[in-house]
Design a protein around this ligand. Structure first.
Ligand code: SF4
Ligand code: SF4
Length: 418
């Protein structure tokens, strides 16, 4: 019988130290250090739980901090170890003892407060629209930050199309989760999400009072802040729609886990209603659009493939686009190094992990016209990496391409028959 007092540490119990997870771990591949591998970190976490290591032990902090939380090790583990559950409990205990680094407190504080977040986003959007982010992007640390911002630019500005009509049987009501980064810098993806869901028979509603999902806070070990945000989202979304639709894999993973985070029946019920946008579209077919003749690489976000275990649905969505030639590159199952605010706290490791992915894209033949991924952090990280490597390849969310396909079919034209 599970011992609840042990929290997530109990999920580490099945580990038999076989090491099958090591080749799946980007930080182990980068350093070759056992303490930077899942198996090594599990030993550290067990020592923390038993009190053999103190929560303020510098080596413990160093090796657990360096973990991306990508959960690539879970998919590779034949024993069903719940590495992510163990990590969240270990980080919560460490953060309660030593606190968060000042840089993390500052960044997370901005995400948690709309009155700080709004001006920051407004400035970022203004800077993006001047074209200076593209001009100054590059391989330096500052150039990389500009590249991240530049990667949020909509693929091509287009006139606002006509609101679409359903081309499928009615499928129910969905409430769009707006999030913080997605709402501030990727509103074009929200629009594409809304249009493609409507074409596929869903009614999309907006929900007032929603806030940041808290995933960044949760990953950093600040579970109190994550729970406070989660409670506000439960109050806002409960009873509003059949499903909550999310187009950010990191937010989706956290929201699906609301029951675990808050432990209330309402949170549990709401978590069960959360779907990635590709899950809802794939359940509807989705409706096939017009041709988009492109070479595309799909790179699944870790929090979609490893945390949510959603694999087939994004491919089904992209399969509905005639003319799209789709590939997955070697290493697509591995993290890009974004991992929430990890890139800001561990820039060298983050870039080392990203370099592998950029090298795979650079070596692809024929070269891709676009790289697709369904998470804002991954879009910004891979986009900045391609910019730093001087590879003129845009990044996009899969629903943006489906939206383009529907546009190519003429369904958003004013003269289009319903
Ligand atoms: S986490 Fe799983 S794969 Fe890794 S060492 Fe433990 S049992 Fe083996
Ligand atoms: S979560 Fe990712 S970085 Fe951390 S141990 Fe597992 S595979 Fe390695």
């Amino acid at each position: 019988m599970a011992d609840d007092s042990r929290g997530g540490f109990a999920a580490l119990d099945p580990c038999v130290h076989c090491g099958f997870c090591l080749p799946a771990c980007p930080t182990y591949l980068a350093t070759g250090d056992e303490a930077d591998s899942p198996r090594g970190r599990i030993l550290l976490m067990r020592a923390l739980e038993r009190g053999e290591l103190r929560a303020d032990d510098p080596a413990l902090g160093q090796h657990l901090d360096a973990c991306l939380g990508c959960r690539g090790c879970e998919g590779a583990c034949p024993s069903g170890v719940g590495y992510g559950r163990g990590l969240e409990s270990a980080r919560e205990r460490i953060t309660a003892t030593v606190g968060l680094p000042a840089a993390a407190r500052f960044v997370l504080g901005i995400f948690a407060r709309r009155r700080w977040w709004r001006p920051a986003v407004t400035m970022a959007r203004w800077f993006r629209e001047t074209g200076l982010a593209r001009r100054f992007r590059g391989p330096t640390r500052t150039g990389f930050l500009f590249g991240m911002l530049d990667a949020t630019t909509p693929d091509r500005p287009e006139p606002t199309p006509r609101p679409p009509r359903a081309r499928s049987a009615p499928r129910g009501t969905v409430a769009l989760f707006r999030g913080c980064v997605m709402d501030g810098l990727f509103d074009h993806v929200h629009e594409a999400t809304r249009r493609t869901l409507i074409v596929n028979g869903y009614t999309v509603v907006e929900v007032e009072g929603q806030v940041c999902c808290g995933a960044l806070h949760d990953h950093a070990g600040d579970r109190a802040a994550a729970r406070a945000l989660a409670r506000r989202n439960v109050a806002a979304f409960l009873g509003q729609a059949d499903w909550i639709v999310v187009n950010s894999a990191g937010c989706g993973a956290l929201l699906k886990d609301l029951g675990h985070l808050l432990g209330s029946p309402e949170a549990e019920a709401l978590g069960r209603s959360v779907r990635d946008v590709t899950e809802l579209l794939a359940a509807a077919g989705p409706v096939t659009g017009g041709p988009v003749e492109l070479e595309a690489c799909y790179d699944p976000p870790c929090h979609l493939q490893h945390a949510q275990r959603v694999h087939r649905e994004p491919l089904a969505v992209l399969d509905a686009i005639p003319g799209l030639r789709l590939r997955q590159l070697p290493g697509a199952d591995r993290c890009c190094g974004s991992a929430g605010i990890y890139g800001a706290l561990h820039p060298e490791m983050s870039r080392a992990v990203l370099d592998e992915k950029v090298a795979a894209i650079a070596a692809a033949s024929p070269p891709p016209d676009v790289v697709l991924t369904g998470n804002p952090g991954c879009l910004m990280q891979i986009g900045a990496g391609l910019g730093a490597a001087d590879l003129p390849i845009p990044v996009a969310h899969p629903v943006e391409l489906l939206d383009r396909s529907y546009r190519a079919a003429g369904w958003y034209d004013p003269a289009s028959p319903s």
